[in-house]
Design a protein around this ligand. Sequence first.
Ligand SMILES: [Zn+2]
Ligand SMILES: [Zn+2]
Ligand SMILES: [Zn+2]
Length: 365
Amino acid sequence: MANENTLTLIYTIGYLFFALCLIAPPTEFVSAGLTIQNVMSNYLGSEEFNFIYYHIKRSTITLLVHSLFPLGYYIGLGFFAPHLQLLTPWKTGSLWQIYLGLSCVCIIISSILAFWWTKKKFNKHPIAQQLELLGNGDSWRAVAASINIEFRRVDKFTTGTHGRRVIVTDSWVMKTSTYFVYVAHQNDIHLTLSKAEEHDTSYESLTAVQYLNFTVQGINPKLQPFTIRLNAFEFRDLKDKLSSPVRNARNIVIKQSLSDQFLEAFRQHISSNTVFRLPQGMEADTCIGCMQKESDVKLVKLCDNVEEGECVQCYCRPMWCLECMGKWFASRQDQTRPESWLGSKAPCPTCRATFCVLDVCKIAN
Ligand SMILES: [Zn+2]
Ligand SMILES: [Zn+2]
Ligand SMILES: [Zn+2]
């Protein structure tokens, strides 16, 4: 008897583990392709091309597959522990009969729900209903088309694990979850930094990390608010993609990434250097690093290093913006000793003349 109980326990733990791996697949499962999405990829189509339809189908299938778990457990246990007589339900205990009944009810309800959702080409699906609310009179398909187009762009912001992804496009903020995709329009939301969590070691990088939680609250009260969670280092990228400001009512201090911290120190140092005036008739070009900002720094040897291997005058015309110059400078340093960076040197990205932080001048307008 004791032996049979142990077997039942082992089976139960194994089954729970298996079910959990399907509900929230660990990285190993995802890379091995053992997810519902992968197995059903033919039916689901391409997420890249048809984001909304993909997730409508994915959530429906997921619901159906998950509803099979209780019955799957029962049948498996029937083979594993024959003494319980589960495969002959009329002979087994009444508790197991109730369990079997509930498992079947679970499948029936999910099937009815899934069938209801698929009616009229998914018009009744919760995601479609949500888009209908966002459409302000337009059909949900029009909203879906606009989201699909923006999702195909390469410059969207994405973060998060498989199944819980945050996506920010030019006009939409979205989060995927097991049975739903939360969608909000950038113009109609209040984004609030609600919580920060510090973790000493991260699974990925083994250094202290800070996670930020944001609440996305739509102006339309019928839309469900949702939270998005990301590493503090990604905050800058998120902010670049958002058109409205992030509220930080609780004044949470956001940790910056090393390169952001360095850029700030770099900028501060350079603001105390002498400014460089462009000669008459000369105009600043676009920075050749980012192709976006105007070049606004010039390397002029100002420090008093004269020894061999020390700073030399650079004769290049201004071609870089301060951020790109700062990033270049940081990339040439010993990455394990960030405290030494500001006191070190780097070659000019164009002519290789050595310079230090004292030799970088802001260009005066
Ligand atoms: Zn630049
Ligand atoms: Zn140069
Ligand atoms: Zn120097």
